[in-house]
Design a protein around this ligand. Sequence first.
Ligand code: AMP
Ligand code: ZN
Length: 464
Amino acid sequence: MILYNTLGQKKMEFVPHEGNKVNMYTCGPTVYHYAHIGNLRTYIMEDVLEKYLRYSGYDVKRVMNITDVGHLTSDADTGDDKMVEGAKREHKTVMEIAKFYTDAFFEDCKKLNIKTPDVVEPATNCIDDFIAMVQKLVDDGYAYVAGGNVYFDTSKLDNYYVFGNMNADDLEVGVREDVDSDENKRTKTDFVLWFTKSKFEDQALKWDSPWGVGYPGWHIECSSISIKHLGEYLDIHCGGVDNAFPHHTNEIAQSEAFLGHKWCNYWFHVLHLNDARGKMSKSKGEFLTVSLLEEKGYNPLVYRMFCLQSHYRKPLTFSFESLDNTVKAYDKLTKRIASLKNDGEVDTAKAEELDKKFREAMDNDLNTSLGLTAVYDVLKADTNDATKRYIIEKFDTVLGLGLTSIQEEKQDDIGAEIEALIAQRQEARAAKDWATADKIRDELLARKIKLIDTPDGVKWEYTE
Ligand code: AMP
Ligand code: ZN
């Protein structure tokens, strides 16, 4: 499989460290509010990546953290803790907020067919691990204490900006950092590993540490949780593109300083979902959630398809108008799949040929829109329905659009509805009510359903 790697900024062949085992890490949600559909674009594309790696035969272990402490309102080390902000907003404790929004996040994931990672680890479970990691960085001369906080010393690294060119979003963080400069930092790019009470008196959750009572910085949690569950070598690390700098850059700095060798080979970043106001973000106040889409009558899987129609490395602009186009495409596609019959043996040679097309698309930097085209190609293919159904079911283990489950439901529903109309038509004919009988026949014909008189009664089939 070829993947674009932010580390090196080009497409590369994906080769894991050890045989067919893949260690995969994903930055999890900051659970101070509902996830918006922008966050969920990132989780959908990461889910497709994980499922496609499994589809390709890799044995994937995926770990995700839950950020329930340490993420400040700016990605640089300024502002309040986001969790404290959420607790203040809702007059609840930080842990109540964390529990509520963690549950809400996984409910959204379930609706979007996003698999729960093998390990989900809240940051507050791992404070001792963070302290041990920070201690080693201090002992090895990579970190220093100033004004009560522990900072990572970026001047100790030959190449801090590992991802090279920073984009406009990244530079914005840099500017904010300049404005709010922290006098304790020796170098502008240094970042906090451990805060003590000297910085935030009102921090709700605090732990004892060798540097005083305080709490961890945001970046340390991902390095520590990843190393704890996946060991010293990580194959692939994922996140939204805003995470590349400073979050992932800092993760690499501290992990490699801690381990003494290269840590992660592939960095997978999903571009942002924008709306009319620009990047969708929780801090803007109003944002779109899965529940809101449902309230408006949208099937969450239509949103998943909307994401799959675009490449993950292109910014995606959301509008209800474009979502409505996806609704039409989704309905049409599922209806066509619903009409596939169980008509005999699967032609395995043909199935393999169709599978090859799907793999070609997905192997080329996870091209999901061409992956979807492969589904349409199956429908057009010169083979029996059983083969088509079999291969679409297989693709859907990656695409996760519920194409096959909806198919069964729909087929049952549609079948029952059509049988009822046929029965009504028979009644009308028995009563010599030809107008009603013809009306029902025309209605069915408009839906491309034709009726056939047989000795066993009236049967139906699709006209195309
Ligand atoms: P957060 O809950 O803020 O920590 O973000 C969770 C994930 O969503 C991270 O991987 C972010 O990079 C990603 N993310 C944030 N905003 C967007 C957006 N507008 N579009 C896509 N991904 C985003
Ligand atoms: Zn992270």
